[in-house]
Write a protein that binds this ligand. Structure first.
Ligand code: 2PG
Ligand code: MG
Length: 422
């Protein structure tokens, strides 16, 4: 315990990729150091923990430096469960509304990093042990819409690809970048006035319809697939909660000024899954519609992953409900939706026991932190969703290239479910 004894905890205000303030925490042990910062979403789920206390980021920083730090100093950084438990105790609510989930997560991750560094180990190995040797595939975001791009962009939030034929992360991400480049050309051929704008995660933000975006994506994938010989499959994040009008009970198609009923939405999802051979669909319906999710799993779940993000918000009890109702076959893991590393692990464990595939994920407002690259390997998630371009995205890809290099002869690519490999 001597080397992992926590000696100092310090918080400051820093900025995320959208220029919004967020919290960064540093933890020093006798022999180690960890620094972590929390990302933020734009299309947030209503069941996520509250990111900051009432007084906002400044109060969060003050709380850490004046109250929480002294409670954590003296603890063992290697006892993650005890530290995370104490954060819950200090907060005393069930949604981190007193200290803020962003505050809790920055402390929690910084503690894990400090422990790993005290043992002179990379974070993924500290978390996952000697057999954490599987490399995830990237879920690359090629074209963006919804809340991540302007009003004239597609309604669907993310048009995604998975290079399932890649033999390494390095190859996989290169294929993603090639598809992104080709998709840019395909968009230009649809809209001659396209000026090359990009959304929050580096995906193209263009004035085109959902169907045009799907066509551009398919075309780009076909081209890159035949050039590289690497099989690439398609997916989307519908982020349907952002389209949902709960009073009128309709999905609003902002771009076209039209609406879809709940049945129409389900039929639309089934139709495009078939037409574009979509292998992955995230949040196809809104966050309270467990039943709609179940209906989709029943009808297309054998050939398409139906992934819950806002539906589950990385929350183990919502995941258990989803398992009972067979509402999904995959789920998004966003540690800041739930507030601590232990809670995120609980979500991964619950999901895996029930046969749901976990997808480690970033947020649209990211920081310079690479912890999700390590968590994807440490928690053995077959996919990682971390956008495409921009320094804050590329650094996560680059860290995975380093991790796979460090694992050299022992690594293998993660095993993918049949929906992706068929
Ligand atoms: C999502 C995420 C990340 P946000 O919906 O999956 O792409 O977006 O962080 O805005 O919730
Ligand atoms: Mg999502």
């Amino acid at each position: 315990m001597v080397e992992t004894l926590i000696e100092d905890v310090y918080a400051r205000k820093v900025y995320d990729s959208r220029g919004n303030p967020t919290i960064e925490v540093e933890v020093a042990t006798t022999e180690g150091f960890g620094r972590a910062s929390t990302p933020a979403g734009a299309s947030t789920g209503i069941h996520e923990v509250v990111p900051f206390p009432k007084g906002g980021i400044d109060e969060a920083v003050k709380l850490v430096n004046e109250v929480i730090a002294q409670r954590i100093v003296g603890m063992d950084a290697a006892d993650q469960v005890a530290v995370d438990g104490l954060l819950h105790e200090i907060d005393g609510t069930n949604n981190f509304s007193k200290i803020g989930g962003a505050t809790a997560l920055a402390i929690s991750i910084a503690v894990a990093k400090a422990a790993a560094s005290s043992f002179d180990m990379p974070l993924f190995q500290y978390i996952g042990g000697a057999f954490a040797t599987e490399i995830p595939y990237p879920l690359g975001n090629v074209i963006g819409g919804g809340k991540h791009a302007g009003d004239r962009a597609p309604n669907i939030q993310e048009f995604l690809i998975i290079p399932v034929g890649a033999k390494s992360y390095a190859e996989a991400i290169e294929v993603c970048f090639k598809v992104h480049r080709e998709a840019g050309k395909a968009i230009r051929s649809i809209d001659g006035s396209f000026a090359g704008g990009r959304g929050d995660e580096g995906a193209w933000a263009a004035n085109i319809s959902d169907e045009d975006a799907l066509n551009a994506l398919s075309k780009a994938c076909d081209k890159v697939q035949s050039e590289t010989g690497c099989k690439v499959v398609l997916g989307i994040d519908m982020a349907a909660s952002s389209m949902w009008n709960s009073e009128k009970k309709v999905y609003v198609l902002r771009r076209e000024g039209k609406v879809r009923s709940q049945d129409e939405q389900l039929n639309y999802v089934i139709e495009i899954a078939e037409k574009y051979d979509l292998r992955y669909i995230e949040d196809p319906v809104h966050e309270e519609d467990f039943e709609g999710f179940s209906r989709l799993v029943k009808s297309i779940g054998h050939k398409t992953l139906i992934c819950g993000d806002d539906l589950f918000t990385t929350n183990a009890s919502r995941i258990r409900r989803g398992l009972e109702l067979r509402a999904a076959n995959a789920l998004i893991i966003k540690p800041n939706q739930v507030g601590t590393l232990s809670d995120a692990y609980e979500a991964v464990k619950t999901a895996k026991r029930g046969g749901l595939m976990p997808v480690m994920s970033h947020r649209s407002g990211e920081t310079e932190d690479n912890f999700i690259s390590h968590l994807a390997v440490g928690f053995r998630c077959p996919l990682i969703k971390t956008g495409i371009l921009g320094g804050e995205r590329v650094l996560k890809h680059n860290e995975l290239i380093r991790i796979e290099e460090a694992l050299e002869n022992v690594k293998s690519m993660a095993e993918l479910p049949s929906q992706l490999t068929r």
